[in-house]
Design a protein around this ligand. Structure first.
Ligand SMILES: NC(=O)c1ccc[n+]([C@@H]2O[C@H](COP(=O)([O-])OP(=O)(O)OC[C@H]3O[C@@H](n4cnc5c(N)ncnc54)[C@H](OP(=O)(O)O)[C@@H]3O)[C@@H](O)[C@H]2O)c1
Length: 350
């Protein structure tokens, strides 16, 4: 039997941290959580890491610290991404003593455009999130003699029912499909979208904690790897799931998005959009642009631990998202229109 350890989970109210906290508690450990706003229960602490001094309750001897806190927005200005992700990590590492087992949760996308995290240059990453996650990995390696770094790709909900404490990251997509924020499926024909369940991450972290602190740095990578689903499959399955939910709730179905390659989009559609769409539409296009890189990954991620098939978990997660975000799931997509025609129409009406 594994000894009961005193463990701190940061980001304990988030999509991943909440499940990690429950899994470690179920494994018999004495687990405390911390987040900016705090969660329910006596073992949930409030601390904005990187901005405030840690409260006394956190300055105790931890057997393990599982660092899940991060700002997962992909479009923060560089300086803000650094403040939101790297500085909190530095503050959390100050709570760890030499004997503490540090487990740092990272992202498969931290390897950016070069396939590694060693470059500090922002140009080697698709966005500030990747860049900050790569800097975080480098910080863990220099600050600690031995630590676990766990990378994984996009996260879906629980395998049994798709439940998530917070629908961050990937769940921008079903919301955008229902609101009409996505004009087309801009993706490489063979683009892959690798995903894992929160259960996979929590079970993996629980095993690593049981294994104990590694003498050196240990990198493990979860995912489907070369078996990851294709972008078109994910979109079709998401649309089918949303349409079956919409049909059950008397809402008209969503149309299938036209497919466009990133080259076609950037050469023809985007310049056209910039000429003819209004400001609000252009903002939607810019928000979507941030996701484009993720739908254009054609090389599978290397994985050290392949997770089971994700198809049903994705379906359950999207259905669960719709059940818990009824207004967003029942929206009628706003049509894309040409601002010149729209203003001609309004002047005719006045
Ligand atoms: N979601 C994904 O698809 C995905 C994919 C790959 C890797 N990851 C990685 O997995 C980890 C967890 O992500 P997630 O999806 O669970 O994120 P999330 O749902 O957005 O939750 C973030 C958590 O971190 C806390 N937090 C953020 N900044 C903090 C700070 N400065 N001090 C204290 N707490 C802070 C938040 O607290 P509040 O409740 O107060 O906001 C929340 O508990 C991150 O390292 C992320 O990079 C996530």
């Amino acid at each position: 039997m594994t000894a009961s350890l005193r463990i701190l989970v940061t980001g304990a109210t988030g999509a991943v941290g909440s499940v990690v906290l429950r899994a470690l508690t179920a494994a018999g450990h004495r687990v405390h959580g911390v987040s900016r706003r705090g969660g329910a229960g006596p073992r949930q602490h409030v601390w904005w890491a990187g901005r405030e001094e840690p409260p006394p309750a956190l300055r105790i001897r931890w057997d393990a610290v599982v660092h899940c806190a991060a700002d997962t927005r992909w479009n923060l200005p560089d300086e803000e991404a650094e403040e939101a992700t790297v500085q909190p990590l530095r503050a959390v590492l100050s709570l760890a003593s030499a004997h503490t087992h540090v487990l740092h949760l990272s992202s498969s996308y931290a390897t950016g455009l070069t396939g590694g995290v060693s470059s500090p240059s922002r140009d080697d990453y698709r966005n500030s999130y990747e860049w900050a996650k790569a800097a975080s990995e480098r910080l863990v390696r220099t600050a600690r003699e031995g630590a676990d770094i766990v990378r994984f790709p996009l996260v879906a909900g629980a395998r049994a029912d798709g439940a998530l404490d917070r629908y961050s990251g990937f769940f921008w997509l079903p919301a955008a499909l229902c609101s009409g924020a996505i004009p087309a499926l801009v993706a490489a024909e063979k683009g892959l979208v690798d995903m894992v369940s929160t259960d996979d991450v929590a079970a993996h972290v629980t095993r690593l904690v049981a294994d104990g602190r590694p003498a050196r740095h240990r990198l493990t990578i979860l995912g489907r790897g070369e078996r990851a689903p294709r972008v078109r499959e994910i979109f079709d399955s998401m649309r089918d799931t949303l349409n079956s939910w919409r049909s059950a709730h008397g809402v008209p179905p969503l149309d299938r998005l036209p497919s466009v390659t990133p080259e076609q989009w950037n050469r023809f559609h985007r310049p056209f959009a910039e000429q003819y769409l209004d400001r609000a539409q252009l903002l939607r296009i810019a928000a979507f642009q941030v996701y484009q890189g993720y739908l254009s990954v054609t090389e599978p991620f290397d994985v050290t631990h392949q997770v089971p098939d994700m198809e049903q978990t994705i379906v359950r997660s999207v259905r669960r998202w719709a059940d818990t975000h009824r207004r967003a799931a029942a929206r009628i997509p706003q049509p894309w229109y040409d601002r010149r025609t729209a203003s001609a129409g309004s002047s005719r009406g006045s």
